[in-house]
Design a protein. Structure first.
Length: 76
């Protein structure tokens, strides 16, 4: 059974930046306070008060499987 986030929680994992420094240092997923799936990203930064993480989150996009047609498309 896969881990299920509770509302208001998320997990972050080290991200493979693939040589692109603009990509986040950490990525993850979780749930907003209403229980909707979110995607989370974090960048390690240095500021006047020391190191910190700059983070973003957005509602997760529904990824649809490619359209494979129906039996009616086969023609027999």
């Amino acid at each position: 059974m896969a881990y299920e986030h509770k509302p208001g929680t998320f997990s972050l994992f080290k991200n493979d930046k693939g040589g692109n420094e603009a990509r986040p240092d950490y990525r993850g997923e979780g749930k907003d306070l209403q229980g909707k799936s979110i995607e989370v990203a974090a960048w390690l930064k240095e500021g006047s008060k020391g190191k910190f993480m700059s983070c973003t989150f957005k509602l997760a996009q529904v990824r649809n499987a490619p359209d494979r047609g129906t039996d009616d498309d086969i023609g027999f």
